[in-house]
Design a protein around this ligand. Structure first.
Ligand SMILES: C[S@@+](CC[C@H](N)C(=O)[O-])C[C@H]1O[C@@H](n2cnc3c(N)ncnc32)[C@H](O)[C@@H]1O
Length: 201
């Protein structure tokens, strides 16, 4: 049976940009007679690319390994992973689900309308929805498909999570907590962090 690849490189364009800038700075460093400033720029972009790769391949998994034990899963759990991609979070939850529990992943390759979920998770997906009104609509949809008392956990880029908190408050979610994830969630550096938002419908 073909094994499903559960993770990929997120934001591939961002990674290519960091590597491209590192190579460009390195060439300029050579061409300018080894000027220190271009060596520093090269090393900076190499560090940013390494940080990005660490987050997408390792840090992101660590973030969810820390979050998932805090989600209550039972035999009648109906969970939904929004923007599941290759299914990294979806498979982690599936492995933890007791027999009878159920998880569905949706992505833009498939339209589905799931209601009465008691867990909804989303990993680094909702910020992709453009424009802002679309992201607000996504949160309204989450409110619609999550049953009262259901658990929501969103990991996303820092600036997005702060906006989600306001919208979810307006939608009546409670016990909303936004926490940092440290170096595991840095997309090139601390200025582009991942935050985790937890809330109850
Ligand atoms: C950065 S990837 C994260 C994938 C996965 N959640 C993970 O953490 O490994 C973002 C995912 O969001 C999906 N996505 C983007 N816009 C979406 C939308 N409007 N509805 C559903 N999924 C979307 C993309 O197709 C992509 O798989």
């Amino acid at each position: 049976m073909k094994k499903v690849r559960e993770n990929g490189i997120d934001g591939f364009g961002g990674l290519v940009s960091f590597i491209g800038l590192a190579v460009a700075c390195f060439i300029i460093w050579l061409a300018t007679g080894l000027a220190t400033s271009w060596l520093i720029a090269t090393l900076l972009y190499v560090a940013m690319a390494s940080c990005f790769l660490y987050t997408t391949l390792i840090g992101k998994q660590k973030i969810w390994d820390q979050q998932l034990p805090q989600i209550t899963l039972s035999t009648d759990t109906r969970a939904l992973d929004i923007g599941c991609g290759h299914g990294m979070v979806l498979f982690k939850i599936a492995h933890r689900l007791p027999a009878g529990g159920h998880i569905t992943g949706i992505d833009i390759w498939r339209q589905q309308d799931q209601t009465n979920n008691n867990v909804v998770v989303s990993s680094l997906a909702i910020h992709n929805v453009k424009p802002k009104a679309g992201r607000q609509q996504s949160l309204r949809e989450i409110a619609r498909v999550l049953q009262p008392g259901g658990q929501l956990v969103i990991a996303d880029l820092g600036f997005s999570c702060n906006a989600y908190r306001q919208e979810l408050t307006r939608l009546g979610f409670h016990d909303i907590q936004v926490t940092g994830t440290g170096i595991n969630g840095w997309w090139g550096g601390p200025w582009m962090p991942t935050l985790v938002l937890r809330a109850i419908r």
